[in-house]
Write a new protein. Structure first.
Lengths: 562, 567
């Protein structure tokens, strides 16, 4: 009897030790060998970024010209005010605008500059005195009697980062400084919204993060028009000549680009890189047949049918083989001799003066009629030199729209200086940089958070070191960009936000993420079961047996005790 | 003269028009073949006076396609040659083609010497080209790319001959179809809307025995002094129609029958637009209508040929019906073709799936001249060449190559490259054999249909072949006596490139369910062994009274019945 008991005991011990070996050695070994490599990601920082607290700081300098403040007030004047405004966009995103306003009186040189005969000249000479840094503004408060501005204009916005503000008639004399400042505050804010950033712009820039519901259709169209922020753009000018038998077209695109487009792009170079090319395409047809309008003896294209114009042309345009940046297409269409002249008709049947239209986030098309070149008895083919000034004027306006350069109409009483040869005022560039920085930050945070979410959800994805590195650098750049926005360093903020977007896209679209994405569980089990099932079943059974025996023995002991 | 033509049309416009810096020409050559087939060769040439080498960023394109221009400037390409071919050119039946190309896709590129990382640029370039031409050029990688040392010299100007900047690759498996033709047609200034390109209808072009389309880009001189250079883009399309064999019976050809279109106009952008019909064998063999008085003679592939020329820029070419439908009617099937002087074949010999032997046969049909040829062979790494077994024999004797460049393969990295300069004796066959061993691939390296076999690209044979004109010394052609004694230099030899057939080699192919079977089998064996071991270790053994045997039990039953005590 004793020997059988010993024998049983030995069997139990053997089963237990085999189970122990399987659990201690086998399971970790299996776990380690089938593990996918997942590098460490800064998950907590990414989670912090998911809750975006953006603070935009703008420096405003308000300069009182002679005659706007009394000498006693002047003594108090060098003072600083800070205003903050908080807006919650949704539960994860909050915005805070911080305006730091410094008040001072004008220097003698500035007084001299303000005594120039016209506002434009004053603007220029003020600019030569001091150049304000990117993202900051100077508002000169000038007396009501000043002759710089026309009668009905209260605010003049210059080409640089300065504005002239005429003090209101109710602020003559005998008012305290507090009253004066209280009077100026809403008007300065108005100037700021035109020249630096407005809440609408910023929320539009956040559209990648936040599903916002705009008030009206027009603002949807506005927000959809501009291209998404990208580190570079390809601009392609295409001359479409559907009828090379009748028209021999010549366009001096090289010169026109140098004269009209390049200055604008040079100015925009902090925002993105641009490359320009042009091509001539022959026998390209529009997708719709223009209708003949007998009253005008001309062909017309309706506004509703314009949507169908682009598709057949686009097949011929060809994509840019050498880069993956978005392409802005500008097409100059010269209608064939049979369908000429051709006019674009607006929604209300009126003629469009520029004879051009643009397609949001795609480009612009201009129809260029050449009937005037035919002469009395045309002899085909006719040589035609295209008037590039006319064409480029239209394309430049479309380019500004598509790049998202400010286009809103200023409030009443504002006079905005005509932009000079560069085609872009400094403050317009600032405005663009503000919204582009915010947009980049928003896009990069969504990319990074969704990547983190994806990696978290699908355990099979291998995370290589280079991806982890890209993610970390994106996160660092994002944090820096947010910090720089807070500090009001617009240039650096844009730079960092661009780096963040590049790194995050690189990480998100890395091909190595796809390798083990499809590794279904049923196949895994098909491979495991032939080994695991026969090995585990006896172990489990003998463990069960041991447990049940132990329980029975205890019960017997209990019974004996009782 | 294009500019002069412009000046004439100008008086209506006051402003002077800038002289265009680019020029476009189109051309179709039709050659009736002795086999009864017909060979049509389109060439479209765009010349563009510009300088890609200088780093000017803005690029403005007129006739030159923008997509290719961007590729050239981005990847600093000096020369680019790409061809897509469906079918194999039968040299012995058809003679030499104007532009030879191997079956499948072929790409060779000379980069500018400013390129630092040629391999990376090449990889990127093939990916971009694969997008432009809708072809699988992205399958070009280091395992099928070679740098030939002598066979592919630059065809344009430029004295860079350092073959570090050359890359050559073929994809013999590539199938060419409509999706490759459409992007090719898009590169033409007139598209397929006007000019000769209206004939390029894919349903007719691909219903043929041979189809080859190519794009060649190279820098060329604008004038004979080479003061200005320009880029030349040559788009060629060669097709051999097999109308005779496709059951029509009558040997009659027309543009409409071949292309199901007729011509009505030249491309208005083309400075020259011509059709050439090879009538060297006329009028013995076929007649041509409408007849043309324009004749032209040219030395083509060492032979003096006569062509009827139709100039599409002239209105009277189209006649009163305003459309041109050329008709060629064969009169007799007689006549013999001049045998091509150089011809090559290749095949795999041997049995079993372990070893084999590649045989390359090169024929020199010249009766009394021997000439050297350059043989280029690029063999994938999974056929391991035994280079010590390389033999070159002609007329039963060992023929020692005067130059051998051999680069051994590296598994999964690069292919074998073998280049040889061999002298072919007159009227002989030279046989090059080399043995190889078939490698076992990893199971993920097999193609989706591994039992179809693996392709090995064509061998390339490049040579300067003595001219046939120089060959017939007792020529009855009307030539002044003073010119016909010594064969003149430029006609004495001509350059020919011959491609052999691609090879299809079977590799040992595993059963692809094998890994799972192996897993199952191993697991079962392990499980059985483990099970018995486990039983042995965990069971408790007891000595049990053996139960009595059957006989004993029966005996006991009987004993019980008898009342006797059991055993």
């Amino acid at each position: 009897m004793a020997t059988t008991e010993v024998e049983r005991r030995r069997g139990q011990l053997a089963a237990l030790s085999i189970a122990a070996v399987v659990i201690i050695v086998g399971v970790p070994l299996w776990w380690r060998t089938t593990e996918t490599y997942r590098a460490w990601l800064p998950v907590s920082q990414i989670k912090e970024l998911a809750k975006l607290q953006l603070q935009l700081s703008a420096d405003v300098e308000v300069v009182f010209a002679r005659g706007t403040v009394t000498p006693e007030q002047q003594k108090k004047v060098p003072l600083t005010q800070t205003q903050e405004e908080e807006r919650a966009i949704d539960e994860d995103t909050a915005l805070r605008y911080r305006y730091e306003t410094r008040y001072r009186t004008a220097t003698i040189m500035e007084e001299d500059a303000l005594n120039q005969p016209s506002a434009a000249e004053a603007d220029l000479s003020l600019h030569t005195l001091s150049e304000s840094p990117c993202g900051s503004l100077v508002v000169y408060v000038i007396p009501e009697s000043s002759s710089l501005l026309p009668e009905d204009v209260n605010v003049y916005i210059g080409q640089r980062r300065t504005a002239l503000l005429r003090i209101g008639p109710q602020m003559r004399v005998g008012k305290t400084l507090e009253q004066l400042l209280a009077h100026l505050e809403p008007r300065i804010k108005q100037v700021l919204q035109v020249m630096s950033f407005s809440h609408n712009d910023i929320t539009a820039a956040l559209s990648d993060r936040v599903r916002f519901s705009p008030d009206n259709k027009e603002s949807i169209a506005d927000s959809m028009r501009a291209f998404k922020s990208s580190p570079g753009y390809e601009i392609t000018f295409s001359l479409l000549n559907p009828d090379p038998k009748s028209h021999r077209l010549h366009w001096d695109i090289e010169g026109a680009v140098q004269t009209y487009i390049q200055p604008l792009l040079t100015k925009l170079s902090p925002v993105a890189n641009f490359s320009i090319d042009s091509q001539t395409l022959y026998y390209t047809m529009l997708g719709v047949n223009p209708r003949f309008d007998t009253s005008r003896s001309a062909y017309t294209l309706n506004a509703d049918s314009l949507a169908h114009v682009i598709n057949p042309v686009e097949a011929r345009l060809g994509s840019n083989a050498a880069s993956s940046n978005p392409v802005l297409n500008f097409l100059l269409y010269v209608p064939d001799a049979q369908h000429s002249p051709l006019y674009i008709q607006g929604r209300k049947k009126q003629e469009v003066p520029s004879n051009a239209f643009h397609s949001p986030r795609w480009g612009g098309i201009m129809v260029y009629n050449v009937n005037g070149f035919y002469g009395s008895e045309p002899e085909f083919p006719v040589d035609i030199n295209i008037d590039m000034a006319k064409v480029m004027g239209v394309f430049l306006a479309q380019l500004r729209l598509l790049l998202g350069v400010q286009s809103s109409t200023p409030p009443p009483g504002f006079l905005v200086a005509r932009c000079g040869s560069t085609g872009l005022a400094d403050w317009e560039l600032d405005r663009l940089m503000w919204s582009r920085s915010v947009e980049n930050v928003a896009t990069a945070t969504t990319t990074i958070t969704s990547l983190a979410q994806l990696l978290d959800q699908i355990g099979n994805i291998v995370i290589n070191d280079n991806i982890a590195q890209q993610v970390s650098s994106a996160v660092t750049s994002l944090q820096l960009a947010v910090a720089e926005l807070e500090a009001g360093n617009l240039g650096f903020a844009l730079q960092y936000s661009k780096e963040a977007i590049l790194a995050s896209e690189k990480a998100f679209f890395d091909p190595s993420l796809l390798h083990l994405l499809y590794f279904p569980d049923d196949q895994k089990f098909a491979i495991y079961i032939p080994l695991f099932l026969p090995m585990c079943v006896p172990i489990l059974l003998s463990l069960l047996k041991i447990v049940s025996e132990a329980r029975q023995r205890r019960r017997e002991k209990q019974a004996k005790k009782d | 003269h294009y500019a002069a033509a412009q000046k004439q049309a100008e008086p209506a416009v006051l402003q002077p028009t800038p002289q265009p810096k680019d020029d476009f020409q189109e051309e179709l050559v039709v050659r009736p073949l002795h086999s009864g087939d017909i060979y049509a060769s389109f060439q479209f040439r765009t010349l563009w006076e510009t300088d890609f080498m200088r780093g000017n960023k803005v690029s403005h394109y007129r006739l030159f396609p923008k997509s290719l221009g961007q590729v050239i400037s981005k990847f600093s390409v000096r020369e680019l040659h790409i061809s897509f071919t469906q079918g194999y050119w039968r040299t012995m039946q058809w003679g030499q083609p104007y532009l030879p190309s191997p079956p499948g896709a072929e790409l060779w590129v000379w980069f500018q010497d400013s390129v630092t990382d040629v391999d990376a640029t090449w990889k990127e370039l093939t990916n971009v080209l694969s997008g432009i031409f809708c072809a699988s050029l992205n399958f070009i990688d280091s395992t099928n790319t070679v740098q030939p040392s002598a066979s592919f010299k630059p065809l344009g100007i430029g004295n860079v001959t350092d073959h570090r900047f050359l890359r050559y690759a073929t994809l013999p498996r590539e199938i060419v179809c409509t999706e490759n033709l459409t992007p090719w047609k898009k590169l033409l200034p007139c598209g397929s809307k006007a000019g000769l390109a209206v004939l390029l209808k894919s349903e007719k072009l691909f219903h043929s025995s041979f189809h080859s389309q190519a794009v060649h880009i190279r820098p060329v001189c604008q004038d004979w002094q080479c003061k200005t250079t320009s880029w030349e883009l040559r788009q060629t399309l060669n097709v051999v129609f097999d109308l005779h064999n496709s059951g029509q019976g009558k040997r009659e050809w027309s543009l409409f029958k071949m292309f199901s279109r007729t011509l009505t106009e030249a491309c208005p952008l083309a400075s020259s637009s011509k059709i050439y019909i090879d009538i060297t064998d006329n009028p013995e063999q076929f007649e041509l209508s409408p007849a043309t008085s324009l004749l032209s003679q040219a030395m083509v592939l060492g032979d003096r040929r006569t062509f009827s020329v139709y100039d599409l820029t002239q209105q009277d070419t189209f006649g009163s019906v305003r459309s041109l439908n050329l008709l060629i009617r064969w009169k007799s099937t007689e006549g013999d073709m001049l045998r091509p002087l150089l011809h090559a074949e290749r095949y795999v010999a041997g049995y079993g799936l372990q070893t084999g032997e590649i045989h390359t046969l090169m024929y020199n049909h010249h009766p009394y001249r021997s000439f050297p040829v350059l043989l280029l062979d690029s063999v994938p790494w999974y056929l391991r060449l035994y280079i010590h077994t390389l033999t070159v024999t002609s007329k039963g004797k060992d023929n020692k190559p005067s130059y051998i460049h051999y680069q051994p393969s590296k598994d999964r990295v690069r292919p074998h490259l073998l280049e040889m300069l061999v002298q072919l004796p007159p009227n002989s066959v030279t046989e090059v054999t080399v043995q190889f061993e078939r490698a076992l691939l990893k199971w993920t390296e097999y193609t989706p249909d591994p039992n179809h076999g693996f392709y090995v690209g064509s061998s390339v044979i490049s040579s300067l072949v003595p001219s046939t004109v120089a060959m017939d010394t007792n020529s009855t052609r009307e030539r002044p006596l003073f010119s016909s004694f010594f064969p003149c230099k430029e006609e004495s030899s001509y350059f020919v490139r011959v491609y052999t057939e691609p090879l299809l080699v079977n590799l040992p192919t595993p059963d692809f369910s094998m890994p799972y079977n192996v897993i199952c089998l191993t697991c079962t064996v392990v499980a059985v062994g483990y099970g018995s071991l486990y039983n042995l270790l965990t069971r408790s053994f007891q000595i049990e009274e053996p139960s009595p045997g059957l006989a004993k039990r029966i005996a006991n039953v009987i004993r019980k019945m008898r009342g006797v005590p059991p055993l």
